[in-house]
Design a protein around this ligand. Structure first.
Ligand SMILES: Nc1ncnc2c1ncn2[C@@H]1O[C@H](COP(=O)(O)OP(=O)(O)O)[C@@H](O)[C@H]1O
Ligand SMILES: [Mg+2]
Length: 411
């Protein structure tokens, strides 16, 4: 019997709290998993940014990546390691950087998902380049912004086609405001999207591998209160539908970790933002939901490392389109998409694996999230974000919310 080591790398940026908790809880799980005649043990390490030979081996089986979106160096090392060394990474770097919000809208509209009417408009200004003037003079059509606005109707939202983090998002109430917003939009290519009026629910559904959590979200609240702590705010059927739609989006694009924002108006859900490359992972945003994320991250990364899961190199979109183009209701289509997504996430094997090898996770995690290590991790993150005089107050607040999570059964 041989002992085989699987290695998980954490490719990190400003992350402080979640890697501390992930690493320590991993250690406490003390895993030794039978694998044929052998045993698997695991090591977790942080990945460093350094020169690399394109032919060099990669020591990791799985990398949890938080940098690809911003650091070319890390992204190219990850691509090399997927192509040359069969590394599994969440998220898939090609899919992450080429499927902007716009692509995600188009694809999900094609599948019949409830995405509000959306237009893409040419930018107000262009960055100067050699052929710019001759191209624009020949081919850029003058257009009537006001007429497009009237067609979409008000309120509407103007937002970057590749947006994120609320940058450049404007709520627009009439024609005049539309012109004003466009005039100052500069070189960014913008969407105009029909506003979802009078919504009575805003949900962020977080997907990590084949695990989902619908969180009640209040975008108007201060940062530490946006993720609400109520867990029973949705009828089961609506929760399942939102989870199913998130599952299909993530399977379609090959994303392991993403969150999907939906609004409910007049009993109908509209999906407004579901290409979130680097979802909130910090205790200062997630607090009560933070332990769920750590546990979900552990389960999926351990499963992927143990089973040597492969990044899917193919897009396989045609099987979805075949269903999309068939004569079925959206709910019937969704049920078919879900079958493909189930297979993509290897759900049965994943659940069996967790039941067999990670059944002690809940108990170990419950004790861990009451420990000084967690309190200290919270404190470190709070220190990095809050002014001196608020550090104790907010450390206590996030800590107490995690204790609430434990008291409520640690789900
Ligand atoms: N179509 C819409 N209807 C209603 N509210 C919207 C709509 N689009 C965006 N918003 C509001 O603007 C916020 C930011 O827009 P979003 O598309 O989520 O951009 P980002 O990718 O920057 O998060 C949303 O959280 C929501 O509050
Ligand atoms: Mg958003």
């Amino acid at each position: 019997m041989a002992n085989i080591t699987r290695r998980i790398g954490l490719s990190l940026g400003a992350d402080i709290c979640w890697p501390i908790c992930y690493e320590e809880l991993f250690r406490q799980l003390d895993l030794s998993i039978p694998h044929g005649k052998d045993k698997l043990s695991f090591e977790v390490e942080r990945v460093f940014i350094e020169p690399f030979n394109l032919q060099q081996p990669c020591k990791y089986d799985v990398v949890i990546d938080r940098l690809t979106h911003w650091y070319h160096m890390s992204r190219e090392w990850i691509k090399k390691s997927i192509l040359m060394n069969d590394l599994y990474v969440f998220n898939n770097p090609w899919s992450l950087t080429s499927m902007e919000k716009h692509t995600s809208y188009c694809a999900m509209m094609r599948l019949g998902f409830p995405v509000p009417e959306t237009w893409l408009i040419p930018p107000k200004e262009y960055v100067d380049s050699a052929d710019l003037q001759s191209t624009l003079t020949r081919y850029a059509k003058l257009f009537d912004l006001g007429a497009i606005g009237d067609q979409i109707g008000y309120p509407m939202f103007m937002k970057p086609y590749d947006g994120g983090a609320w940058v450049g998002v404007t709520a627009i109430k009439d024609r005049e405001a539309l012109h004003k917003a466009y005039d100052i939009s500069g070189t960014r290519v913008m969407h105009l999207q029909k506003g979802v009026k009078d919504h009575d629910a805003f949900v962020r559904c977080i997907g990590l591998g084949p695990q989902w959590r619908c969180v009640n979200y209040d975008p108007a609240a201060p940062l530490h209160d946006r993720y609400r702590m109520d867990t029973d705010f949705l009828p089961t059927s609506e929760q399942i539908k939102l989870q199913d739609m998130t599952m299909v989006i993530n399977a379609f694009f090959g994303w392991d970790f993403n969150s999907c924002e939906s609004l409910r108006s007049n009993g109908e859900w509209a999906l407004i933002d579901f290409a979130n490359a680097c979802p909130d992972s910090q205790v200062t945003s997630l607090h009560f939901h933070f332990p769920w994320l750590i546990k979900a991250n552990l389960r999926w990364s351990i499963f992927c490392a143990a089973t040597k899961r492969k990044v899917s190199a193919d897009l396989n979109w045609h099987k979805y389109f075949k269903i999309a183009d068939s004569d079925r209701s959206f709910d019937e289509k969704l049920a078919e998409y879900v079958k493909i997504a189930h297979e993509h996430f290897d759900i049965e094997n994943f659940e069996e694996f967790c039941a067999k090898h990670l059944s002690h996770l809940d108990e170990v995690a419950d004790e861990f999230f009451g420990s000084d290590t967690v309190r200290d991790a919270i404190n470190q993150k709070v220190k990095a974000l809050y002014p001196e005089h608020e550090i104790d107050e907010f450390t206590e607040l996030f800590w107490s919310r995690i204790q609430d999570w434990r008291r409520q059964g640690g789900e």
